[in-house]
Structures are given as C-alpha cells and as structure tokens.
Design a protein around this ligand. Sequence first.
Ligand SMILES: Cc1cc2nc3c(=O)[nH]c(=O)nc-3n(C[C@H](O)[C@H](O)[C@H](O)COP(=O)(O)O)c2cc1C
Ligand code: SF4
Length: 441
Amino acid sequence: MTTATQGTPTEGTATGLPRLLPRHGQQPEDWYAHVARVGRLPYRDAPGRLISDLQAAGLTGRGGAAFPVHRKLAAVLEAAQARRRPPVVIANGAESEPASDKDATLLWLAPHLVLDGLQLAAEAVGAEQAILYTHADRRNDVGRRLRQAIAQRQAVAVDRVPVELAEAPPRFLAGQETALVNHLAGGPAIPTFTPPRITERGLAGAPTLVQNVETLAHLALIARRGPRWFRQVGTEAEPGSMLCTIRRSDGVPRITEVPLGVPLRALLAGPGEQGLREGAVLIGGYHGTWVPAAEAAKLTLDNHGLRRAGARVGAGILITLPQDRCGLVETALVVRYLALESAGQCGPCLNGLPRIAAALAELAGARPRRGTRANVERWAGLVTGRGACHHPDGAARFVRSALTTFAAELGRHERGRCGATDTTPFLPVPHGSAHTEQDWI
Ligand SMILES: Cc1cc2nc3c(=O)[nH]c(=O)nc-3n(C[C@H](O)[C@H](O)[C@H](O)COP(=O)(O)O)c2cc1C
Ligand code: SF4
C-alpha cells in the first residue's frame, strides 16, 4: 500500500498540462472552483454526439487495458436498447495496484471532474444508476470528500442520474471489473468467468459500463473542449495525456500528467539529472515489465513505443529501482504478494503462483538449486492464459522480465552473493512488511 498522503506531489510535463488536476496548490476543488476552471457541463442527453466525440478523440481507458472508450459506451447503449433494460455506470476508483496513487490523487483534488464524466457517460447510455467505487483505505478521508462533492452537486441540482458511493476492499483483484460487479452485488470481490461480458449482463443482470475514474475525467474534458483539443498532445495513434505515478530513487510517489509518447528518459531522470542512472525500471506496475535502465532510456511512454521492450503503459506506473537494491529480492516480495492475492478459484493460478513465488524466493536467496530458474520459466508459461482473469498472465509477465533484466544478479546469487547494499524493501507491498532480509538471503 502506498504511504502517500493527501499531499502527494503533482507535476505537469508539457505545454497545456496538467489538464486534469488543478494547476495550483494541493487543495481539493469544490464545485465553484471546478466550474471556474473547466466551465459548466456541456451538452446533455446526447449519446450519439458524446460517442462520436470520444471516437474522434481516440480516448482509451486509463485503468490498464487501453480499450477504446467509445466502443464500450456503444456496446452498453446497444445492449440496453436491445434488452430494454436501463444500464448501470460505474466509475472504477479502486486503484487496487499498491504502487499506484494517481486515481486517489485525482479523486482527492478534482472530484467534480470525475463526477462530471460519470454523469455524462450515464446520461449518454440512458442509465438510471451511477456508482463511484473507491478504495476506502487509500486516503484518510477521500470518502468524506466525495460525499461532500456529491452533496454540493445535489444542492446545485446538476446531476440527473443519482450517484452512490461504494467501497472497494483493499485487495489486488478488487478493481478487476467482474470482481467489482460481484462485490457490488453482495458477493466477494473476486472475478467471475466470462462470457457474458458485463457490457451485456453485469450488475443485477443489467448492461454495465465500468470505466476508470481518470478515463471519465478525460471524457468530461473532451465533451467540453472537443476531440481536436484532446489530440493537441500525445501521438497520432495514442492521443492525449495520462496520469502517472512515478517513483524515482527516493521512493516518494509523484503524480505527473504526461503526454503519451513522452520519452521515458525525461520522466525518470529526476529534476536536474541528465540521464537514467539507476539499474532497472519497472514499467506498468506489478503486472508490468522490468526493463534495464539503459534500454528504458531509449523508449517512449506509449504502447507502440514500449512494445519492443515487451512492456505496456498499463495504469501509468513507473519505478526506478536504485542500484543499491536487489531486483530479485524485490520481485520475490511482490510475487509472494500476488500469489496471496489470487482469488484461488482457477487451478493454474491457485497452484502455480505460490510455486513460482517459492521458487523466486529461492532465486533471491543464496546458492539456489540448479534448475530452479528453468522451473520458474516453465511454470510462468503454464499459468499464462489459464485463468478466468488476467492475474496469472500479468504475474507471469512480471516474473519473466525479472529473470532477463536481473540475469547478472541471478549469477551472483548462484555464487552465493547479492549485489544489494541496502536490503530494506523498496517496492510498496502490503504483505511485505512482515519480512526481513533473512527470509530471502
Ligand atoms: C487484476 C486486475 C486488477 C484491476 N484493477 C483495476 C483498478 O484498480 N482500477 C481500474 O480502473 N481498473 C482495474 N482493472 C481493469 C478493469 O478490469 C477494467 O478494465 C477497467 O476498470 C475499465 O476501465 P477503463 O477502460 O476506463 O480503463 C484491473 C484489471 C485486473 C485484471
Ligand atoms: S485467474 Fe487467479 S485471480 Fe483470476 S479468477 Fe482465476 S484464481 Fe482468481
């Protein structure tokens, strides 16, 4: 769990940015400050117009999968009309990835932008119910802040679709869309098998639209300023900006709004530094990819640019691992956490992830047995694509990238040594605090 507080530092990196967060100060924006900054809600009840604006803007989801937003809205609208069933719209602010803090920061500083986006999306698909799902533990009183924001909106009668708040449990899978729907229906926050897709049959059987809270904030600005404005930053194929949670060697999470396509070197070097001095960079969080720093310095932050390193933008998490830490120890701690977070309902995930975690703990220690590395590679292949959700796939990607990026470190461990001079855990891992270096070395 991130230790960031309500004052997580925020930065913008290009002309016209930040767009989403208030430019000055760290104070939450009330309704009047919000309207003064971005203007009133634009057109209402105009599903065709919003969907075509989103298509022209090329907005993709900012919750990790980068799926085109207009296609999801269109699918929900079509299912609702075909079945004559009003849909449900859910803003996903669970931010269940421990290394991320961008959604909590957005909700804290600019709650009305997210609520505008939720409202516009709900009206566009003809929903009668809208839900804002957030992680209760992330910030001391983000729940109180959101309740105040909703009450302010009721006072000025801006919302036509009523908005409820719902609490996400502090589990890695709680933000996965079918887990979220299951939880809101009164069940555990674990994924369910698809089909049917939730866009057809989701909460209480209704067509359900789930969008990340940052996605909805972009949607609210596109509705006001138009697709051409949105495309002023970013690349032709991946337009716009995104919020990133960046941890440099001081370990402090900083929220930065960046144009897609920005060189990673510019983001990760730190103020006043020329290049990337650190050993490795984690791109995309705990379902993401370790990349050697020298290679990361040549990449750009967009899915096309990251592909050659086998990485993806994901939810915009970028972490530089300082040279005095051991990437194998860090990876082993995270994979142990990921294994514990498995919903335990698919065999390969239930049995495979704990095995991989135990083998990685061995690799992170002194003189691992011959064959352990090969076993990890084989098991990572066996769990991929075998679960009801993408949890094992993401964990396997993370593990494989560690084996190649930290190959030299693996060699040192085989000789009974470890390159780390600082053994305190660097990556934020909820279950990791109970461990000492003795567990690994
Ligand atoms: C294990 C797992 C955890 C996820 N956690 C989140 C989350 O915390 N927040 C989020 O917005 N999306 C999360 N997602 C993605 C959601 O399932 C869903 O794709 C997303 O909320 C859709 O919004 P978007 O299209 O606006 O990104 C997660 C997916 C997986 C596989
Ligand atoms: S793949 Fe793993 S985490 Fe996903 S539903 Fe199956 S057991 Fe649960």
